[in-house]
Design a protein around this ligand. Structure first.
Ligand code: FES
Length: 581
């Protein structure tokens, strides 16, 4: 158990609003009375914000409208006072140009909602891709007690007796449709059966990865991330979370008390053992930097060579998150990882990760594989460098064709996504199975917003010949539900003059996974000449949030946070509390 000293009611942050002997407190209390609350309802009690990312345009969070009531019940039962504060819902399927454009906005919203209101602790409700890192980033910076309720994965997709996985089966159905193997009706049947309950994508996409990462970091009641959304045990978890945050406030258990270099190693280890989304690289780095913990992309490659891929989940494996839950879930996988996990790390429960997984068991060895029988060889995420990616690029090799790991091919270049869409299926496109497809201007600034365009489609004429994978390279991201030899997150990006901007049709590009390199095979003189001739494009946004994003976002290898939101190690990045007035 935590040995943290308990707060007194007068030490509560909310007491600055409600209890201070000043006129303004009278005004605050009068407004509480306006809502029907007497002093004894909230005075001297932990006031808990439920930051809820529910909205009618986030299908993954449909249960949150209702689930927040369970959280409230837990808070009330433990002697706290709940206040639901809605935040932007960032429903991944609808937000354009990319939900990633707004991750930092949600992070700022979370931090500032908590800062500006009489809040002692926070329950963060998220799950759909960018909501998890957005909420956690804000909570790390605010650094008051905070606990995370993951939305949980949705049920397995189903169509005519066949199990469907989010994203993955949509991609394959679309390819079949394009290749003439699927009718409009068959496409519609998949459309109707693939997402059939509340909850996040149930393949090992970004949502499943990041919910598990947040859980391992210590932000959830350990194992919460694996509970499928419609399961009644998800409601029980939500209520327990509500109860726990009240004690966390009395104990003053904050993110800075449990985030360490080791807890971030645990988070990376989890992402790797899950065969998780490449997006985890960007989000985990951003979180660590907010916490003032230095973390480089290289740590992912180092741990990748030590951590076996145990979760046999699509797209790399066979099962879905629902199966993972029934097989024991994250707790069982962490237990199975043994000494690869630092079990001494503290969690929101006030106990260590080790204490929380002590009784965990694997119930299905085909879903959570034994340590000595992992899915493929060690190393599911590879960090590449080379003259095309001086700062770094990422490749998920388990989702890639082994035959393409050492490859030289001539570039087929698309200057932007519009050109890609216009030309990719053209019969005139000069392309063969050995070509390297290059997409420029798809990064944090170039797209803008760092969208998931990195799974560049295979040209129709090659699909028709049975080509299933090609080397593809971009400064974009890729959905965790995607697959293929897609080199992603190239940094610096082409929009700011990174070497990817200099590639021309017909140039030879070499990928060598064994050397961890991706290179443009032209002379240094030619490279320098092209760099000198390069003309910087105009920025997209003349005003508003987009302009702020463009002026302050960092590159992929640095987490794509805003430079002014990072905490600088050795300097206090904390903002003082507002004065009592
Ligand atoms: Fe919400 Fe995939 S679209 S988790």
């Amino acid at each position: 158990m935590s040995t943290l000293k308990r707060k007194t009611p007068e030490e509560l942050r909310s007491y600055r609003w409600f209890g201070a002997p000043v006129f303004r407190s009278l005004g605050h209390r009068a407004r509480m009375a306006q809502q029907g609350y007497a002093r004894e309802d909230y005075m001297g009690k932990p006031v808990i914000a439920i930051i809820n990312t529910w909205s009618e345009i986030n299908p993954c969070h449909t249960h949150f409208k209702d689930r927040a009531e369970w959280v409230k019940r837990g808070i009330l039962q433990a002697g706290g006072f709940p206040i639901e504060l809605p935040a932007m819902s960032l429903g991944e399927p609808y937000v354009r140009p990319a939900a990633m454009l707004y991750r930092n906005m949600l992070a700022m919203e979370t931090e500032e909602l908590l800062r500006s209101h009489p809040i002692d602790g926070a329950v963060l409700m998220g799950g759909c891709d960018k909501t998890t890192p957005g909420l956690i980033l804000g909570a790390i910076s605010m650094n008051i007690p905070a606990i995370y309720v993951p939305a949980g994965p949705s049920l397995r997709g189903d169509n005519k007796g066949k199990t469907l996985g989010s994203g993955t089966d949509l991609f394959t159905s679309w390819y079949k449709y394009k290749a003439g193997e699927f009718s409009e009706l068959q496409l519609e049947e998949v459309e109707n059966g693939i997402s059939r309950s509340a909850g996040t994508c149930m393949t090992m996409g970004t949502a499943s990865t990041m919910m598990s990462v947040a859980d391992t970091l210590g932000f959830s009641l350990t194992g919460a991330s694996s509970i499928v959304a419609p399961d009644s045990r998800h409601a029980i978890m939500a209520e327990r979370t509500g109860r726990r945050i009240v004690d966390m406030v009395w104990e003053d258990l904050k993110p800075s008390d449990f985030l360490t270099a080791s807890s971030f190693d645990n988070a990376i280890t989890t992402a790797l053992a899950l065969g998780g989304s490449t997006n985890a690289v960007v989000h985990i780095i951003a979180m660590a930097r907010r916490a003032g913990i230095p973390l480089s992309v290289d740590r992912f490659d180092q741990l990748s060579s030590e951590v076996p891929h145990l979760a046999n989940i699509r797209p790399a494996g066979k099962y879905l998150m629902e199966d993972f839950y029934y097989a024991g879930g994250l707790r069982a996988m962490l237990k199975r990882l043994g000494s690869l996990i630092d079990t001494s790390q503290l969690t929101v429960s006030g106990k260590t990760l080790g204490e929380n997984i002590a009784d965990a068991e694997v119930y299905n060895d085909d879903v959570i594989l034994p340590l000595d029988q992992p899915l493929g060889e060690l190393g599911s995420l590879v960090i590449l460098r080379g003259n095309l990616a001086p700062k770094s690029a990422v490749l998920k090799i388990h989702a890639a064709d082994k035959a393409l790991r050492e490859h030289i091919g001539s570039a087929v270049v698309f200057e932007n996504v519009e050109e890609l869409q216009r030309l990719i299926d053209s019969p005139e496109l000069q392309v063969d199975k050995d070509s390297v497809l290059v997409l420029k201007n798809a990064g944090p600034l170039g797209a803008p917003g760092f969208p998931e365009w990195g799974q560049i489609p295979i040209p129709k004429k090659l699909l028709e010949k049975g080509v299933k994978d090609m080397v593809r390279i971009s400064d974009s991201r890729m959905s965790g539900t995607s697959f293929g030899t897609c080199i992603l997150h190239v940094a610096p990006e082409s929009f700011i003059g990174g070497p990817l901007a200099l590639v021309r049709n017909g140039d030879l590009i070499e990928l060598s996974v064994s050397k961890r390199e991706v290179n443009l095979l032209i002379s240094e003189q030619e490279m320098a000449q092209r760099q000198a001739d390069w003309v910087a494009p105009k920025p997209y946004y003349p005003r508003g949030y987009g302009r702020m994003f463009a002026e302050h976002v960092t590159q992929a290898d640095e987490g794509c946070d805003f430079d002014y939101l990072e905490t600088i190690p050795g300097k206090d990045g904390l903002i003082p509390e507002p004065p009592i007035q």
